[in-house]
Design a protein around this ligand. Structure first.
Ligand SMILES: CC(C)(COP(=O)(O)OP(=O)(O)OC[C@H]1O[C@@H](n2cnc3c(N)ncnc32)[C@H](O)[C@@H]1OP(=O)(O)O)[C@@H](O)C(=O)NCCC(=O)NCCS
Length: 203
């Protein structure tokens, strides 16, 4: 994916020399884990980074969407302050009445494929609107370039900053408090003009 430029940020592909900083942000500082099988070693983060970088080219060759983490850097200093990206989602979204209505999804047992949004910002730079700004950049790209119909954000009910970002993005928020990992889901629909231009986003 070509870099996305917003008012204060550039969202670009990761490079091998980002390892130290993204390890510090995700593993040391935020202690972020995608699964219980993931450890917080720099060796594991290095494998992740290599896989992430290789996937850019492979996704391009396979004509896949540009899934995967991308670096968020400050325009004025080029400092790496976080990561964001589009992720494939496979989730039992038919459990959510709004989704059943919007996507004509009547089955509550099946998983439905959607495209999700992910973002993490280093603690020192949180609460300055960077997650919102980076997410808006990705949404603009996904809606205007990829012509994506819908984007989702899934988070836990205790993750108030993440929920605040989803709300500020204009997402329709649905909750499933009893669910193990799909407790809060934000939906944003892409309303296209008949000429194919995105003119409005609605939650
Ligand atoms: C979620 C995260 C990306 C937000 O990053 P950020 O750059 O601080 O986000 P923004 O500055 O754009 O917005 C933060 C919002 O959270 C709100 N917020 C911050 N701390 C909060 C708290 N403890 N309770 C409620 N709201 C809170 C802010 O007020 C702001 O909302 P507003 O714009 O309506 O005022 C960041 O907290 C993070 O990296 N968390 C760890 C990784 C993570 O959980 N990612 C989401 C995975 S689904």
């Amino acid at each position: 994916m070509k870099p996305i430029s917003t008012e204060r940020l550039i969202i670009r592909e990761f490079r091998p020399n980002d390892l130290g900083e993204i390890y510090r942000i995700l593993d040391v500082e935020l202690k972020f884990k995608d699964s219980s099988e993931q450890d917080s070693s720099i060796a594991q983060r290095k494998k992740w980074l290599e896989w992430t970088i290789q996937s850019y080219e492979q996704n391009r060759l396979l004509l896949n969407p540009p899934y995967g983490d991308h670096a968020i850097v400050l325009k004025d200093s080029m400092q790496l302050v976080g990561t964001c990206g589009l992720v494939p989602v496979l989730a039992p979204l038919g459990l959510i009445p709004y989704y059943r209505y919007m996507a004509d999804a009547i089955d509550t047992e099946c998983n439905y494929p959607e495209v999700g949004l992910f973002c993490a910002i280093t603690s020192h730079y949180q609460c300055r609107g960077f997650a919102y700004e980076a997410s808006m950049g990705l949404i603009d790209y996904a809606f205007s370039k990829l012509k994506l119909k819908r984007i989702v954000g899934i988070t836990k009910q205790y993750n108030n900053p993440s929920i605040a970002v989803l709300k500020r993005l204009g997402m329709r928020i649905e909750t499933m408090p009893g669910h193990k990992w799909m407790q809060v889901v934000g939906f944003l629909e892409n309303n296209l003009n008949t000429d194919g231009k995105t003119n409005k986003m609605a939650g």
